[in-house]
Design a binder for this molecule. Sequence first.
Ligand code: PGA
Length: 257
Amino acid sequence: MRIPLIAGNWKMNKTASEAAAFARELVQQNMTSPAVEIVIAPPFTALDSVRHALEGEPSIRLAGQNLHWEDHGAYTGEVSAPMLKDLGCQYVILGHSERRALFREGDDVIQKKLAAAFRHGLKPILCVGESLDQREAGRTTEIITGQLKGSLAGFEATQLAELTIAYEPVWAIGTGKAASPEQAIPVHQTIRRFLQQEWSPAVAQGTRILYGGSVTPQNVADFLASEEIDGALVGGACLKVESFASIATLAQKRTGH
Ligand code: PGA
């Protein structure tokens, strides 16, 4: 059984002290349950203060928003997997469309980052998604499978046991225009079929596939109503305590807990 995952990607928001205060408020929301995994990804600079604020609430887990593929060395401005692990991260977001578009990350680089995450026991949340032009040109399947092929090249089925994939159509991110479940579900099915063909039915059945792109408390239940959608990667709506907490609570309802 795949346990739903609700992940909040804070992007470049909140100072370390703002983040700690926010995390303390989250803890007071009573939004955790064994039925849903909750992950938050503050900026690197806030990981330590958030970790301390979450002490006593182990069911809100920490993620990095990115990492460098090497463990250490002359890479000014970069942060490695061992550094994230040491700060208590269990997850890392990789291949986000903002990294792909603004920082020119290609699938080969994302593959190396995934390898670093697997090597150090960080669970990657790999983002894939097509642009509006690509969707309108009927290229969604080609783009998504191309991203998966490139970034997952060479990994064993055992490594993929720790993988979560997030389908995030680029045109839905930060626009307030979420995909409809009818648009998202076929892509989730394509991803699962790809995992089955390239690895095994067990990998396909075991891998969580989240939806991301303008998820809100108002639309999250529509996504989670589908067996194909194993949770959400939330940007804008995770920056307010109430909206992130209600998304987490709605996800519990889906599981009946
Ligand atoms: P959004 O961002 O929820 O603000 O659209 C999602 C994301 O970038 O992961």
